[in-house]
Design a protein around this ligand. Sequence first.
Ligand code: CIR
Length: 256
Amino acid sequence: MFKNAIVRRPSRSLVDGITSAPELGKPNYELALKQHDDYIKALEECGVKVTVLQALEEFPDSCFVEDTAVLTPKCAIISNPGALSRQGESPLMVENIKKFYNDDQIEYITSPGTMEGGDVMMVGNHFYIGLSARTNEEGCRQFKEALAKYGHTCSVVSLEKVLHLKTGVNYVENNNMLVSGEFIEKEDYTSFNKVIVPESEAYGANCIWVNDTVIVAEGYPTVEKCVRDLGYKVIIVDTSEFRKLDGGLSCLSLRF
Ligand code: CIR
């Protein structure tokens, strides 16, 4: 169960965030704020206490807090983002994480290692880390080493197409895993109850499990039905403005 979540308000500079899909247009700041409000409400409805951090104008992508750290029941691992414009976000997260973890429970990924939290998927005591454009081999090595100190295990998954691991594969507990695109055939996930997300709804694969409720993005009816069929309560949240920057539900919070 998660007790806490950390989110950061979108900044006006959000419109200058990194995107691989400029054809979707720039995010609308006001609408992004409304969607962020709804996202916070959804998390609260799932029973977590949400810490809301102030917007950081100097970092357009800083509302995607998931990339700044990985928080486990035993430790916090501060990332070192592979995106240059985002590297200042992680140090700014440390003071907030120190409110929940002791200094001796906090680990740091350091250069030349890079790692972004969107590349990490927690399955109980085991962590999958994506080797991606943002997370490099040295980052994976450091991450694995840090986790081992706390008895966590880790395996590396190479990404071919998507930005982050959780762009395409998400664990929703009880052995259930939503998989799309390049992850459908990966051997890493054969032991799970795989729910295959059609290509037309690939963005919707990025769902989050929060205390037996699954938050699903608006506009992905097949995903919504599959998740309901698994027996979960579902909350729908519109993330259209964050999608324009390759951001999804998981990116917008740290849950622990
Ligand atoms: C970026 O490219 O870094 C942001 N525009 C989107 C980050 C999405 N984060 C995530 O999937 N965890």
